[in-house]
Design a protein around this ligand. Structure first.
Ligand SMILES: NC(=O)c1ccc[n+]([C@@H]2O[C@H](COP(=O)([O-])OP(=O)(O)OC[C@H]3O[C@@H](n4cnc5c(N)ncnc54)[C@H](OP(=O)(O)O)[C@@H]3O)[C@@H](O)[C@H]2O)c1
Length: 299
């Protein structure tokens, strides 16, 4: 019998990659808004226990309770979270607590997707799973509150922290840069904030492994290596054949925002490797594949 999995946030950027890469040994149902608002306990119950099929928009009949839930849904607009911290808490912390509660009731394993935003970036080195979180903004606080809810309610869980996602089916930095470069717009890009750009399809493949691995706790998973936003922008425009694009490097302090951000919140993937998994490929390789498959064809 295929393992029964529910993916929340299935219509989002990471959820899209997960649903695209479901292994043969698993049966995955994707759920997303407007069905089952996870920030309401009843909504979470409806979404996880009797999910509608996102693709076909109908109730799934005789569907077994999920054995694993991969919880990708969330309020992911970082600036929006700063403006609306209560909404951030509702859709990231409360919704995650609701999902964890249902997993507890039905005995499901939970994979919760969290973020480098739980760290303040002052360590001066890559963060391990043992480092103490200290978020700088409402998004990070709400995601950390989600982590704590999962840890309190469940034994069989995994918190996967990742960073700087890009991929088909969602708003992301690489798309924004390439769209502006294509239109000849000047690009002002932050050069003193660093992270590991991570391709949703590479992360999705890792998540499918972790869904059935005998691993609990926290694990950091990103593509290998790191760069600044400006270095990522330069790499993307070169790979897209737009090397003439004008990129002006600025400091994060000069970026007009009310959101405090970490300067260096790179995630150490050591535990992922200690668990016996191969490091995800270097970020440059993954960006090159994304650009060639999703951008060059649509130019
Ligand atoms: N993007 C990144 O760079 C990044 C980095 C690290 C970690 N993460 C985490 O990875 C996960 C996936 O990120 P993503 O970029 O794929 O996000 P995304 O594209 O914004 O997708 C999230 C999905 O969740 C849905 N959602 C929001 N609130 C909900 C609720 N109360 N009930 C049900 N569904 C709800 C959204 O619906 P609407 O669109 O209708 O609101 C959206 O379809 C998130 O948990 C995020 O915090 C993201």
């Amino acid at each position: 019998m295929a393992i029964s999995i529910v993916v929340t946030g299935a219509a989002g950027m990471l959820g899209t990659a997960l649903m695209d890469l479901v292994p043969d040994s698993m049966s995955a149902t994707g759920v997303d808004l407007p069905d089952g608002d996870l920030s309401l306990l009843d909504g979470a119950r409806e979404a996880l226990e009797s999910p509608r099929d996102v693709a076909r928009g109908r109730e799934l009949v005789e569907r077994p309770a999920p054995e694993v839930v991969i919880h990708c849904a969330g309020y992911t607009d970082v600036e929006g979270c700063t403006r609306e911290p209560a909404r951030a808490h509702q859709h990231n912390a409360i919704a995650t607590a609701n999902v964890a509660q249902i997993c507890r009731e039905v005995g499901a394993r939970l994979l919760y997707i969290s973020t480098d935003y739980v760290f303040d970036g002052t360590k001066g080195a890559a963060y391990t799973e043992e480092d103490d979180p200290h978020p700088l903004n409402a998004y990070g606080e709400s995601k950390l509150a989600g982590e704590r809810a999962v840890q309190q309610l469940l034994d069989n869980y995994l918190v996967i922290r990742t960073q700087w996602l890009y991929g088909p089916g969602g708003r992301n930095f690489v798309d924004t840069i390439l769209t502006k470069a294509r239109h000849g717009e000047e690009l002002r890009v932050v050069a003193d904030e660093f992270g590991s750009p991570t391709y949703t399809r590479d992360l999705a493949a890792a998540l499918w492994k972790l869904a059935v691995a005998d691993v609990q706790g926290i694990v950091h998973v990103t593509n290998s290596g790191y760069c600044s936003w400006a270095q990522l922008a330069r790499a993307a425009v070169e790979m897209a054949g737009l090397s003439d694009a004008s990129i002006t490097e600025i400091s994060g302090e000069d970026w007009p925002t009310a959101t405090r951000r970490a300067q260096f919140a790179v995630l150490d993937n050591r535990r992922w490797q200690q668990l016996g998994f191969t490091p995800l490929r270097p970020w440059q390789e993954a960006v090159a594949e994304y650009v060639s498959q999703n951008f060059l064809q649509t130019r």
